[in-house]
Each structure stands twice: as C-alpha cells, then as structure tokens.
Design a protein around this ligand. Structure first.
Ligand SMILES: NC(=O)c1ccc[n+]([C@@H]2O[C@H](COP(=O)([O-])OP(=O)(O)OC[C@H]3O[C@@H](n4cnc5c(N)ncnc54)[C@H](O)[C@@H]3O)[C@@H](O)[C@H]2O)c1
Length: 343
C-alpha cells in the first residue's frame, strides 16, 4: 500500500494506492464519511466489471444506490450531466450525502462537477479505474464537462474527500486505453521525476510504486498551484503540439501527447533550452510502450499554437524539458515565433 497526502490551502486529502482495495473500500470511506447514504456514479463498462465489488463492500456500512451512464467522452455533455443530477434528485440525494466516482477520467470529471454544483456542493470520493485517471485526472480537483464543441469548458475546482486507487483494475483495460494512459505517465516522468523514467525503461508492471511516482509529480505541482495559474502549466508538456494533431489525425489524447512531446523536444533543442540527448531517451521509452512515433515537424504546427488557450495577449507559454526530469516555462511572442521559425 502507498499513500500520498495532498495539502492545499483550502483542504487536504489522502490518496491510497493498494492492490485489491476495491473489495474493502468501505474501510477507507468510513474514515471520511459517517452519514448513511452513498450514491455511486459509474459508466456501463465499469458497471459490469467493478460495481458489484464496490457495492458489496460499501453495503456493509451504508445504504448504497447508483447511477450508470454510457461510457466514453461522448457522455461528457450537459445532457448527461443533467441526467445524472435528475437521477440523483429522484433517488433522494441530500446535501450531506456522499458521491463516489467509479470509473475513468470521464466519470471523475463529471461526478466531480455534479458534486461541485448540486446543492452548491456535496462531498465525493474518487475511485479511478483507468490508467489515465489513476495516474493523473483523479487528483487536482479539476472537474467539468465539454460544451459548445469545446473540451472541459464548463467546470469547477472541487477537491475529492479521498481518492482510492486499485491498480488491479488496470488488468481489464484494453491495450490502446492502457497505452493512452502511458503517454501521460511518461510525461510525468519527463517533466518532474527522473527516477520514474528510469523505472519505466525496464517496462515494469504498472503497480502501486509506479502510480505513486507519477502522482507525486502531479501532487507537487497541484500543491504549488491549486487553481492552475502558473506551475500547473508544466503538466501541458507535449499538449501544445499534441492538441494540434490530436483531432486532425484521430489520435487518442495520450498518443497525441506522446508525439507532441517529441515535437516540443525538437523545438526546445533548436532553441538551445533542451539537452539534445533527451529526444532519444524519451523516444525509446515511448517506443517501449507502443506509442505512435510518426515524425511531425513542429514548425508546421506553430501557427495552430497561436489559437491555443496558452496564447495570452500574443505571448505563448511553451513547456520545454531542460534535462530529463526537469522542465521550464518558456515564453515566446507571436512576433518572435514568426521571425525565428516561420520565415
Ligand atoms: N480533471 C483532470 O485533471 C483531467 C486530466 C486529464 C484528463 N482528464 C479527462 O479524463 C478523460 C479521459 O479519461 P479516460 O482516458 O480514463 O477516459 P474514460 O473515462 O472514457 O475511460 C476510457 C474507457 O475505459 C473504460 N474503462 C475505465 N476503466 C476501465 C477498466 N478498469 N477496465 C476496462 N475498461 C475501463 C471506460 O468505460 C471507457 O470506455 C477526458 O475527458 C479528459 O478530459 C481530466
């Protein structure tokens, strides 16, 4: 078992990482919740795999009910959000009750947003089950839904009361979903944890220790920058270029981030910011985890960056590695980019 404590100005909470935790999750939930009623929100894939185990455990101490939504990003809409709220209200949810988000990042983001907004806020516990949600999205308190064709545009900061991670659930993820999570996990190593990168080179099982090392990077950044005003930006390494190619070529997010990291590594090296050896090191780790390695020239995508949300008043903040395990925020104006790279 590994444990991390997230310490924020507004609250603090534990993340417990333990194989087999699902079947006795009640023991942990009892430490943060003493009322009677719990409502689980999950999707139809995770329902079949893990709902019964979690319900059986919680039912030893609580009245438990649940809401199931269709799986996938297509569910992250205002209609599905409204359906969840409606179901919970019909089932009698009260302000002092607890929600449990059982599933991947979609369930975590949506349940968190319901918890932030229903009755102006009720507590929730995250039980993330996909690799991406276990090593990244379940902590930090960003919740939300997609709207008006834009991702995560409606949302709120809402920290969970606790996060419970059972790495055994990763065994049922299909290969592509697993590798999708690996893209972001490798990113955590690249920006802030050299030890994690070294561990990954031997292709270890993604267990309690690997997830702990990955979450340690996010913990550090979130504790410094709870409301995403500066340092959290470093988590966007690989995202600036990744976003430019993700939809265009139909990549999954983590796959696009992998390619975006390679593009950022080249640009950083051309600017003299990134140690040249970083490219090969990261390339080899991405290859080990069967992430895409197509070559895209970052110069061809620099114009897209002008429309990125990281463009603030004509200045774009790039995230570059300095060396393996460390990164920096590097600002360039549109004018500088045009003069230096687009002539
Ligand atoms: N809040 C944040 O800080 C943050 C950070 C990164 C990503 N996100 C969000 O996370 C979402 C992506 O998360 P995701 O990749 O987990 O997507 P997801 O929730 O859609 O899960 C991916 C698929 O895996 C299935 N699944 C989940 N756990 C499983 C398991 N153990 N076994 C088998 N199948 C399982 C799901 O049903 C789904 O079909 C995006 O909406 C993204 O915006 C949020």
């Amino acid at each position: 078992m590994r444990k991390l404590e997230i310490n924020l100005s507004t609250t603090k909470y534990d993340i417990v990482i333990e194989n087999g935790l699902l079947s006795h999750c009640v023991d942990y939930i009892k430490t943060v919740y003493s009322n009677k009623k719990i409502y689980i929100v999950t999707d139809d894939n995770v329902e079949k795999l893990y709902l019964k185990t979690v319900m059986d455990s919680l039912a030893t101490a609580y009245d438990v009910d649940y809401v199931v939504i269709p799986h996938g990003e297509e569910s992250k809409t205002i209609n599905v959000y409204a359906n969840i709220c409606e179901s919970l209200i019909e089932k009698g949810v009260k302000r002092g009750n607890l929600l449990v988000a059982l599933g991947g990042g979609v369930i975590g983001d949506m349940t968190g947003f319901v918890a932030a907004s229903l009755y102006r806020g009720i507590p929730y516990v995250g039980i993330p089950t996909s690799l991406l949600s276990q090593m990244d999205s379940s902590i930090g308190g960003k919740t939300g839904i997609d709207f008006a064709g834009r991702k995560n545009i409606l949302g709120a900061f809402k920290q969970p009361s606790m996060v419970l991670i059972d790495p055994n659930t990763l065994k049922t993820l299909d290969n592509r979903e697993f590798n999708n999570g690996m893209g972001e996990l490798i990113k955590h190593g690249a920006i802030g944890n050299y030890k994690l990168l070294e561990m990954l080179k031997s292709k270890p099982e993604i267990d309690e220790n690997v997830i702990f090392e990955s979450l340690s990077v996010k913990k550090r950044v979130v504790e410094i920058d709870e409301f995403d005003l500066k340092e959290r930006m470093t988590l966007n390494f690989g995202h600036t270029f990744g976003h430019a190619i993700e939809l265009k070529y139909g990549f999954k997010h983590g796959e696009a981030v992998a390619l975006g990291m390679l593009m950022a590594l080249e640009m950083g090296a051309d600017l003299g910011v990134t140690d040249k050896s970083c490219y090969d090191e990261i390339y080899n780790i991405l290859k080990l985890y069967e992430l895409p390695l197509e070559k895209y020239n970052y110069r061809d995508y620099l114009k897209d960056v002008f429309y990125d949300k990281k463009n603030i008043a004509g200045t774009i903040s790039f995230i570059f590695l300095t060396k393996l395990g460390s990164c920096c925020i590097y600002k360039l104006t549109e004018k500088e980019i045009k003069e230096r790279f687009l002539v």
